[in-house]
Design a protein around this ligand. Structure first.
Ligand SMILES: Cc1cc2nc3c(=O)[nH]c(=O)nc-3n(C[C@H](O)[C@H](O)[C@H](O)COP(=O)(O)O)c2cc1C
Length: 211
């Protein structure tokens, strides 16, 4: 029985395409797997704090040496990391903002990339890339929304896409490399272009859930 982590990163409510599509994904998933557990985080509507100097000092202090205050400082980060381990399938709606992800989603990334929890520093094993992943066996689906289009390889905006490469790199470093991206594009044009992109995204979602 799979456990699912559902995250929305758009600050928008009903206008958000990624939010609507993650909801549809999860609804379709629930129909196929009615007894799954679902953990929900709304990073867009309930932003989590960015990391602070106190957070950094606590995270890089060995666990056994942390003061009570340090453990409190890491409380939310620990909770977010626990959610990654407690679930098997992640469904995340992540808009492109200024060619990258929203700052709220970046704050989430900074809170879950935790030394000795989600990755370990082991230079002896691989001096070229000493970051060892500690999260295994997860499957991730990302609804990547964008206002423009043309981000596929060879297309006009491909070199401006710092959204999908960032997500791949960061989650890959933690050991989450089975990631399927479903793009929703053309929000800024609207009309048929947007409608076609939404239709394609929906059929991909139903295909993936059925598989
Ligand atoms: C602050 C801001 C920055 C944005 N930057 C980009 C961008 O760099 N490239 C792009 O294609 N769309 C950009 N967009 C458009 C959003 O990606 C688009 O509206 C998307 O649908 C937002 O996701 P949502 O519908 O889930 O809210 C931006 C929108 C906002 C509000």
């Amino acid at each position: 029985m799979a456990k699912l982590l559902h995250i929305d990163a758009s600050p928008r409510g009903d206008r958000s395409h990624s939010r609507r599509l993650t909801r549809e994904f999860v609804e379709a998933w629930k129909k196929a797997n009615p007894i799954d557990t679902i953990i929900y985080r709304d990073l867009g509507r309930n932003p989590i704090p960015h990391v602070t100097e106190a957070w950094i000092a606590a995270a890089f202090t060995p666990e056994k040496e942390r003061s009570h205050q340090m453990r409190q400082t890491l409380g939310l980060s620990d909770e977010l990391v626990d959610e990654l381990f407690a679930t098997d399938v992640y469904v995340m709606g992540i808009p492109m903002y200024n060619w990258s992800v929203t700052s709220g989603f970046k704050a989430y990334i900074d809170n879950i990339v935790r030394i000795n929890r989600t990755w370990a520093y082991i230079p002896d094993e691989n001096p070229e890339f000493p970051y060892k992943p500690l999260v295994h066996g997860k499957k991730m689906f990302v609804i990547a929304s964008r206002g423009d289009g043309g981000f596929a390889p060879g297309e006009r905006n491909h070199q401006r896409d710092f959204q999908i490469p960032l997500i791949k790199e960061v989650f890959g470093m933690l050991g989450i490399s089975d990631i399927t991206f479903i793009a929703v594009e053309n929000d800024e044009y609207g009309g048929q272009k947007l409608a076609d992109s939404l239709t394609a995204a929906r059929s991909r979602i139903y295909e993936l859930v059925a598989a």
